[in-house]
Write a protein that binds this ligand. Sequence first.
Ligand SMILES: *Cc1c(COP(=O)(O)O)cnc(C)c1O
Length: 355
Amino acid sequence: MQKHNFSAGPCILPQSVLQKSAEAVLNFNNSNLSLIEISHRSKDFVEVMENARNLALEHLGLLNKGYQALYLQGGASLQFLMVAYNLLEKKAAYLNTGTWSNNAIKEAKLIGEVVEVATSKNENFNFIPKNYTVPSDADYFHCTSNNTIFGTQMQVFPDTEIPMVCDMSSDIFSRQLDFSKFDLIYAGAQKNMGPSGTTLVVVKENILEKVSRNIPSMLNYKVHINKESMFNTPSVFAVYVSMLTLQWLKDLGGIPKIEKANTTKAQLLYNEIDRNSLFEGFVPNKEDRSKMNATFNLKNETLKATFDEQLKQAGINGLNGHRSVGGYRASMYNALPLESVQILVDVMQHLEKQA
Ligand SMILES: *Cc1c(COP(=O)(O)O)cnc(C)c1O
């Protein structure tokens, strides 16, 4: 049976990418060797890493603009600490828009002082704070572009005099932004670009080497830059699949093309959430709603068992909300086809007719 995969992460990847990855595990580049049993220093894999790094910068429009792309391990969660280790001398400013921002703040506090410029905590993170000021004497400003768990997404980013750092784990390569506004972007691969096991870091080189502390090698961006993301054995499979996904996106027409498709998908679902008398969106303010993760609830919980059964019958996977929020969450990442969203909408309409 065909599945419609709305999983929040790890998440859906293009079928053609999965196919090629499977082939490479058995026979990489007609070498009769597996991608995962050859040296990461072999010519073929060095090429993969170079391609993956270049494609990331190219998609973001940051090629030859003083930025470096790295594929590191430890997930986005290690970046919470690594950002602070490399950039925080005394004080950093954070926008708190949910669980992941919160975790980032917690790690930064191990290194220095953290100023929370604004938070949406009092409304259970169902909106994006606006009209906050970023202190100009902080070492950097950190924000989370898309809040995977709560289903909110930043539309406007502040103009800051200080470096801007952004956790884009769940919406990188999904929409056009002026990426040159950001000095450091990081993203765990498993939300929109590949399997888990690698994290993309895009960093402007001139913000580094400003802190006075000694940074352990594995946590030091400069060390990874100097070794072209091969300081130690990289996660070869995850980097390869990420490269294929970025190539798939390029062949498709890049971020401008995928953004249109993502907008269409999100509109289709949010229109139904708003129209259907049985459902309500978790995020009241429409402009704060995420195009990647749509969160919503059944108004009448007694319909839950029926709805869940009908989702299952339709082949819909991964629609449960995060355990901290409950309800439903439809993650509509780049590789999710419009048809899958249509199937979900059909099930919602069917439920309403029956009720
Ligand atoms: C999933 C997620 C993380 C955590 O990523 P890991 O790679 O599991 O550490 C961090 N930030 C955001 C926005 C996420 O969606």
